[in-house]
Design a protein around this ligand. Sequence first.
Ligand code: PSU
Ligand code: MN
Length: 302
Amino acid sequence: MSFNKYLKISQEVQSALDEKKPVVALESTIISHGMPYPQNYETAKKVEDKVREYGAVPATIAILDGLIKVGLTEDDLLKLSGEGNILKASRRDIPVIVSEKLNAATTVSATMICAAMAGLKIFATGGIGGVHRKGNESFDISADLTELAQTNIAVVSAGVKSILDIGLTLEYLETLGVPVLGYGTDEFPAFYTRQSGFKVNYRLDTPGQIGSMIKTKWELGLNGGVIVANPIPEKFSMDKKIIDEAIENALKKADEKNVKGKDVTPFLLGEIKNITGGSSLDSNIKLVLNNAKLAAEISQFL
Ligand code: PSU
Ligand code: MN
């Protein structure tokens, strides 16, 4: 394919693909723009270990010196974790970052695109982007959603944070034809908490059923992703009141500072982290590991 010259698949990932072994893609925006150092580096490593522990090969994705890398080295992970100028790449950013040979962490949308180029099928992350609150006025709707409508990658997440309008996000996904599955839950989870007040489309209770549904979708020629919503384990979930208050304060500050565009989500995530101290970061790490485990389990059935 014409994109192959821009793609560098690691030896470990390539061997797994050749041998038809399961591979789980992982994003890098969560490393560069979602967590502070050194927790980001440690978490990136732990997530890869978790995927291996459950029998799949991890493929963390980023664009480094303009090369789309699928499967990163320790040096790559360190570079993404540090203070250097790492951009945030969604779909629209990829061509410039590649042609100008820049460095970028990939969001859910960009990771899906790069993972699909490499022939991967499933991807684990923390939370996906969606329709922001007052999105009906600002039109701030993450490119993650339109990517889910067209690119054949299943995404395991812990739902979306209530920095977004969860109801509008689910409506938008329905319009785009993206199925939202609950793993062992009827309720769509809100990242830090297991409940959001909104239902998933379908509840499936085993990785095998989820794998079978994903395969069926693509065999039917119904292109696009699937959202697998995996609630944070009870013992790591946060107090709803504390997190809601932190989110309200973060939203207020973003408004005052007139934060716009691609800076909105990283700004809000950073503020929430500052307001809640280490507790939200700890929950965040735990839920990402939980998603990596489920993605590895589902990957055996794809
Ligand atoms: N939401 C989170 N944590 C994250 C992100 C979103 O709870 O790390 C990141 C993901 O990489 C996601 C991106 O794809 O932010 C969405 O950014 P935007 O809202 O600008 O589309
Ligand atoms: Mn946005």
